[in-house]
Design a protein around this ligand. Structure first.
Ligand code: HEM
Length: 227
């Protein structure tokens, strides 16, 4: 398939959505791992966020991570752009079928609501990046002020409105992943009698455990368990 055809064909677009989805999923694992250092305070109250700050400092100063970060944003944009394109095309292709198509009988509500869940996630990300990512970059490149990621997280997540935004964000993330994880493998054509059920199970565990991990950290900070 010529390169141009690959990017404009629906199979090519599905592959891009699947690949970028898996890349974003791997980012979530790293992000949760770094965030889990916030919880060091639970077992060692003398830590005062030092372990998390060290990890955050490494992530924001290492050149290789900076390059991956550009890839992350490019992947996010490609994932959204291709999904929007596919959704519009599918709607154009099947204007009549929808009148008789009983989606409820064939799929779960969250599988039919990926665009809505993705839009909620995008809104969450806009708030999240303005609260954490931008101030970090501002301190690093503009004001050259001392960064204290731990204090920034505490100041943000002790606010009940922010906590509510995070809870809504991670619930949307969970449902998005509940369908998206296994769907990414299907888009890549990886269908196998033996392995597909295993992928589905791993996807379900991942879709529950990862958002629950983010929510647990946010709640621990909100409740003052992490000082
Ligand atoms: C307890 C919940 C969370 C906390 C405390 C948290 C904390 C942070 C912090 C401190 C940063 C800035 C890192 C830096 O630039 O140095 C960051 C960046 C980011 N977060 Fe989160 N986060 C949380 C949940 C999430 C979730 C659920 C998602 C995705 C759905 C997410 C996606 C991102 C992205 C895309 C970035 C920018 C990545 C980069 O700079 O390379 N975060 N987060």
């Amino acid at each position: 398939m010529a390169t141009k055809n690959f990017f404009t064909s629906s199979v090519g677009r599905k592959i891009i959505v699947g690949l970028t989805g898996l890349f974003l999923i791997s980012f979530l694992v790293v992000h949760l791992l770094i965030n889990s250092f916030i919880l060091v305070d639970l077992v060692n109250p003398n830590d005062n966020g030092a372990t998390f700050n060290e990890a955050a400092h490494f992530m924001s100063h290492n050149w290789l991570i900076r390059v991956v970060e550009i890839g992350l944003f490019a992947g996010l944009i490609a994932h959204i752009a291709m999904t929007v394109k596919l959704t519009i095309e599918n709607k154009k292709k099947r204007p009549v079928q929808y009148a008789v198509f009983d989606g409820k009988a064939n799929s779960k509500w969250y599988a039919r609501s990926m665009a809505i869940l993705g839009s909620i996630l995008l809104m969450f990300l806009a708030v999240h990046l303005s609260q954490f990512w931008w101030p970090t970059k501002e301190a690093l490149y503009i004001t050259h002020a001392d960064e204290n990621s731990f204090e920034m997280v505490k100041a943000t997540l002790t606010n009940p409105i922010n906590l509510a935004i995070y809870v809504v964000g991670v619930v949307a993330l969970g449902y998005h992943l509940l369908h998206g994880f296994q769907s990414a493998f299907q888009s890549l054509g990886l269908n196998h009698k033996k392995y597909t059920p295993i992928i589905k199970t791993i996807g379900t565990v991942f879709a529950i455990a990862v958002p629950a991990g983010f929510a647990f950290i946010a709640l621990s900070v909100f409740l003052g368990l992490v000082q």
